[in-house]
Write a protein that binds this ligand. Structure first.
Ligand code: PMP
Length: 359
């Protein structure tokens, strides 16, 4: 077996120990005599898995008792419409437009109500998120403020939690979920596609507050209703059992690692090293404003599109994969999700230095 260094933006790198365990559990899981993808979702075997996954997420994010954790289908993108369908009902919502995923979320929300875009960096190629003290006031009567805590394509990240005032606070945490200490109890709605920091694709982790459930639109399909899914413990139909199993294993790995403070230190150390290498070079250039730099998705360029292409192609041939920037923006992107290894970062920096000397 030979594993290469994987910088994919998602699905992305997962802890090797977890993958080794999953390999065994696919054949036979916890003495039950059947593999984890072969058991009923209504069995004790699976119930222990989903309850443990929820307990770990609850501990990691210090959630309060009135917050429910769901595992839903359809990717994070389905939450772009499911959330406003549940709660907007012709009302007013505020959005921060900090990247292509927020742009899509805004477009979906507009079908269900009025949207105020309080900040947009779209005309500046999404190179920044707003400064903490620069956000305009939210109009009274606004139901929620929605933002994207990490912008996977542009490579920017919020390093603070915006204040939603009297409105609900809703966040797409897909690409920095569980990567830094986060007081989850201040959010009324969180969603995160699993395939970056916590597992394979298939499941979106959704966290919703009880007060929200009491005000939702009951005239939408049951599969989309957070109150129904909460009552059914995410099992209105067959849930994505393997993804949920993987989330349980990855969050166990994360708790053993030392939790969110420890993983944040690891993520800061790795991303700082890479940004330093970019800043020290006369060829590479970071693509976003310094204060908005993401620890998860480091976007950069050699300054010439053809040279960027050569960079990622030659890197791939040397066992460094996934460095091509998103197809909509080009350039280069290295994703340093929680499970990224120091060896991969070392190898990337060595390769960058070599490429610069010989380009
Ligand atoms: N939001 C963000 C921030 C993302 O990075 C992505 C996927 N890259 C999505 C939403 C869409 O996720 P999915 O593919 O699970 O629908």
């Amino acid at each position: 077996m030979s594993r290469i260094h994987n910088f994919s933006a998602g699905p992305g790198v997962l802890p090797l120990d977890v993958l080794e365990q999953a390999k065994r559990d696919l054949i036979e899981h916890e003495g039950y005599g059947v593999g984890i993808v072969e058991c009923s979702h209504r069995s004790k075997q699976f119930d222990d898995v989903i309850e443990s996954a929820k307990a770990r997420i609850r501990r990691l994010l210090t959630l309060s008792d009135d917050q429910h954790i769901l595992f839903l289908h359809g990717g994070a993108r389905s939450q772009f419409y499911a959330w406003p369908m549940n709660v907007l009902q012709g009302g007013r919502a505020a959005y921060l437009d900090t990247g292509q995923w927020s742009k899509f979320a805004i477009a979906e929300a507009r079908r269900y109500g009025d949207v105020d875009v309080l900040f947009s960096s779209r005309d500046d190629s999404y190179r920044s998120v707003p400064a903490a003290d620069s956000l305009p006031a939210i109009a009274s009567g606004t139901r929620y403020l929605h933002y994207t805590s990490n912008n996977t394509v542009a490579g920017t990240e919020f390093h603070y939690v915006p204040d939603a005032g009297d409105a609900w606070l809703a966040c797409d945490m897909s690409s920095n979920f569980l990567s830094r200490p986060t007081d989850g109890s201040v959010f009324d709605f969180i969603y995160a596609g699993a395939q970056k920091n916590v597992g394979p694709s298939g499941t979106t982790v959704v966290i919703v507050r009880q007060a929200v459930l009491e005000q939702i639109n009951q005239d939408i399909p049951d599969m989309l209703r957070y109150d129904v899914q909460t009552t059914k413990n995410s099992m209105l139909n067959t849930p994505t059992t393997f993804s949920i199993y993987m989330i349980e294993k990855v969050t166990a790995w994360l708790e053993n690692f030392g939790g969110l403070a420890a993983i944040e230190a690891h993520n800061i150390a790795q991303s700082d090293r890479l940004y330093k290498a970019i800043d020290a070079s006369s060829m590479y250039e970071g693509k976003v404003e310094r204060a908005s730099r993401s620890r998860m998705n480091i976007t950069f360029t050699t300054g010439e599109p053809d040279r960027d292409t050569r960079f990622w192609q030659e890197a791939a041939s040397q066992g460094l994969s996934g460095l091509k920037g998103h197809r909509s923006v080009g350039g280069l992107r290295a994703s340093l999700y929680n499970a990224q290894t120091d060896a991969a970062v070392d190898a990337l920096i060595d390769y960058m230095n070599h490429f610069e000397r010989t380009a």
